[in-house]
Write a protein that binds this ligand. Structure first.
Ligand code: SF4
Length: 337
């Protein structure tokens, strides 16, 4: 790390823009965490690019003293792919919300994940459309009452981490807006990961969906409603650390069990962040029957789109097949009738 980079502080990553989120919005906490994380990554500000779509979370690039695009609704993954391909030296970040990322931009999200484009994708999941005044979103729980679902939403919600795994994501994690240390660590690991790192952040919208994640965030209650995954460790949770997750080998389903009596830690599932089948089951867990899993759910080393494109270009160049002149003089490709 050169001296100039070593002296960077969180303030160097903050802009002079007035932050325009509602008081108490979870986005503030996420912004602070990322501004604090940035100087520790050992990279100059000029190497960082934040790309967003449209929505409350998508105001993020205004507040980062880095390069950034506040782009088109749902299209941040596409623009970010172009940025990374044009200059692989840049660290590229996508900031998106549940509506922007999984409704308007659902299609684009799938492709950036399956291509494994090397970038960090931060999905602020508040389970509501905040900017447009509180309509239910693709991740809103069934029964959610909103201006666009006054009788309660009938839709089955998407679970972002489950969709990301299904699309072939090579790094999938989940964290919570106000848990700075936890959030910082899963983002740091995502940053070190080669490929598309998808990080779902449970984010409170105090205006239109306040307390939506109260159980998983509440200091006293959270022990019973969330489980913190650690690679290689048995999956234990509960305020008294007296519950765990095990795999029923008869029907291959997860089960919540109480420790004690016949059941010991040795009976519990051990988290293996390289096991995709297990990751799919863990990421789908939700209340009231199961705790919500947070932490690094899945990680896989596999080749990424950016490197593959570079290799292909090099092969074409070294094979002598790349000639603009030859292309331009290759004759007609169509015949006028
Ligand atoms: Fe945050 Fe909700 Fe306000 Fe949007 S509407 S800025 S998500 S509190």
């Amino acid at each position: 790390m050169n001296n100039l980079i070593a002296t960077l502080t969180p303030k160097d990553f903050a802009t002079d823009q007035e932050v325009r989120w509602c008081p108490g919005c979870g986005d503030y906490a996420i912004l602070k965490t990322i501004q604090k994380l940035m100087p520790t990554l050992g990279r100059p500000k000029e190497n960082q690019v934040f790309v967003s779509g449209i929505g409350c979370s998508s105001r993020f690039p205004y507040y980062m003293n880095t390069f950034g695009f506040h782009s088109i609704h749902g299209r941040a993954p596409t623009i970010a792919t172009g940025v990374k391909l044009a200059n692989p030296e840049l660290d590229v970040w996508v900031v998106t919300g549940d509506g922007d990322g999984f409704s308007i931009g659902g299609n684009h999200m799938l492709h950036v994940l399956r291509r494994n484009v090397d970038m960090q994708i931060l999905l602020f999941n508040n389970e509501i459309y905040g900017l447009t005044k509180g309509q239910y979103s693709p991740t809103s729980k069934q029964g959610s009452k909103s201006p666009s679902s006054p009788q309660g939403s009938l839709d089955n919600p998407l679970i972002p981490a489950v969709v990301a795994l299904g699309a072939g994501a090579s790094y999938v994690a989940r964290s919570i807006d106000t848990e700075a240390n936890h959030l910082s660590e899963v983002i740091r690991r995502g940053y070190s990961h080669k490929g598309a790192a998808f990080i779902e952040i449970l984010q409170n919208c105090p205006i239109y969906n306040d307390g939506n994640f109260a159980q998983v965030k509440d200091k006293k209650a959270a022990g019973d409603f969330r489980v913190e995954l650690e690679h290689g460790k048995p999956i234990i949770f509960g305020k008294e650390k007296n519950k765990g997750i095990c795999l029923n080998t008869q029907d291959l389903q997860l089960e919540v069990v109480e420790l004690g009596g016949d059941i010991s830690q040795a009976d519990l599932l051990v988290h293996n962040e390289n096991n995709k089948t297990q990751a799919q089951m863990l990421s789908a867990m939700s209340g009231p029957d199961f705790p919500v899993a947070v932490g690094v759910i899945y990680r896989e080393d596999k080749s990424g789109y950016v490197e593959d494109v570079q290799v292909q270009l090099e092969q074409i160049r070294s094979g002598g097949k790349a000639s603009l002149k030859r292309l331009l003089h290759s004759g007609h490709t169509w015949t006028a009738g």
